[in-house]
Design a protein around this ligand. Structure first.
Ligand code: FMN
Length: 343
């Protein structure tokens, strides 16, 4: 069980849940480049009419590189949460359920779920109590430091531990911050000092070097990586190498091109032709901030009007004479993957 894993292993790595990105295909790509210790699915919206979603279930059951995938849920209605937890409990292959208490999208949190739960510690207590009662295996909470400030931070930590959560992942920003600014891992450190259960640090773990810095500063039991794993799918392998003091794998732009073709093949199976270039751009927006410091790949890729054009841009920047160039460990400063969501 994942919960026991903490006793055996020094530090854990995890792939963060990312809606519309972390499907079974993406898990397979990550597994190919070096799997983390566990993966987390994108959230399943729990509503009075919701059922298990076949696409999410497929990802949860996919066991990439033999590793566990935690199934994340988002919701607030206790009877519906109970129903969905019991539906997941029918699958003995699933080890871990995770509650989302951090989603910052207004259309989501305005329904009093996700990040909005951080305003209501008592609701978090009720939800976790219901999950714990109906789920015998690993239970985790993924939270931000608060909604607009840290006023409920310690109360929520205390509640989660008291309700029997096995570990907590902290994305060290408030909900109102979205993805702006820099994650403040002094909160991760405070949580580690406050709790007996393990804490996983999340937010701006951009490289193996950054993972080591955050782990040694916070004493967290692991790191969870989101956006930087889309840019650099080798990051989990690199973190393990750095933790063992081994030489860190240095991917080339040619390796990045192979990864991009892998993503293309995955998405050809699941995505309609007319949506394919938009879907690929979702991934390439992240990849591009590590390709060239002037953002030429990012700009040209965004202007491509078809999948053919997009792949020609990829070949031009990542293939041919560029293929031997090293892929940057960190994103280039000043380049932005998601201009609408981040400053
Ligand atoms: C495109 C995208 C989708 C996300 N979807 C989810 C989600 O479904 N559930 C969740 O808990 N967090 C979600 N997140 C937040 C990430 O899991 C993570 O907490 C955040 O990106 C900070 O980590 P990072 O700096 O390593 O990216 C999402 C983030 C991004 C960028």
């Amino acid at each position: 069980m994942l919960a026991d894993f903490f006793d055996k292993k020094g530090f854990l790595t995890a792939l963060a849940p990312m809606q519309d990105i972390t499907d079974a295909g993406f898990f397979a790509r990550i597994a190919e480049c070096g799997a983390p210790d566990f993966f987390v699915s994108e959230f399943l919206r729990v509503t009075p009419t919701s059922k298990l979603d076949p696409k999410i279930l497929n990802a949860v059951l996919s066991k990439p590189a033999g590793k566990d995938v935690a199934a994340q849920i988002i919701g607030c209605s206790i009877p519906d949460i109970e129903r969905i937890v019991n539906a997941y409990a029918q699958y003995p292959q699933i080890d871990c359920l995770d509650l989302n208490a951090g989603c910052p999208a207004p259309k989501v949190y305005k329904k009093n779920v996700g990040g909005s739960l951080l305003k209501e510690p008592r609701e978090i207590a009720e939800i976790l109590r219901c999950m714990r009662k109906n789920w015998a295996k690993t239970l985790s909470l993924k939270m931000r430091i608060g909604f607009e400030n840290d006023k409920n931070f310690f109360e929520i930590l205390r509640i989660a531990e008291g309700e029997g959560v096995d570990f907590i992942t902290i994305h060290a920003r408030t909900v109102k911050q979205l993805y702006r600014g820099v994650a403040d891992h002094s909160y991760t450190k405070k949580a580690v000092e406050f709790l007996k259960i393990p804490v996983i640090a999340n937010g701006d773990i951009t490289s193996a070097q950054k993972a080591i810095e955050v782990l040694s500063y916070t004493n967290a039991r692991g790191v969870m990586v989101g956006r930087s794993s889309v840019r650099n799918p080798w990051i989990f392998r690199q973190i393990s190498e750095a933790l063992c003091g081994r030489e860190i794998y240095k991917p080339t732009l040619g390796d990045v091109l192979k990864y991009v073709y892998g993503l293309l093949n995955d998405n050809l199976k699941t995505c309609r032709e007319c949506k394919l270039s938009g879907r690929m751009k979702k991934f390439l927006n992240f990849v591009a901030v590590g390709v060239d410091k002037d953002g030429n790949f990012l700009n040209e890729m965004r202007k491509a009007c078809s999948t053919d054009e997009l792949m020609k841009v990829c070949e031009k920047h990542l293939g041919g004479e560029n293929s031997e160039k090293l892929f940057a460990f960190e994103p280039y400063p000043g380049l932005c993957s998601r201009p609408n969501h981040e400053s």
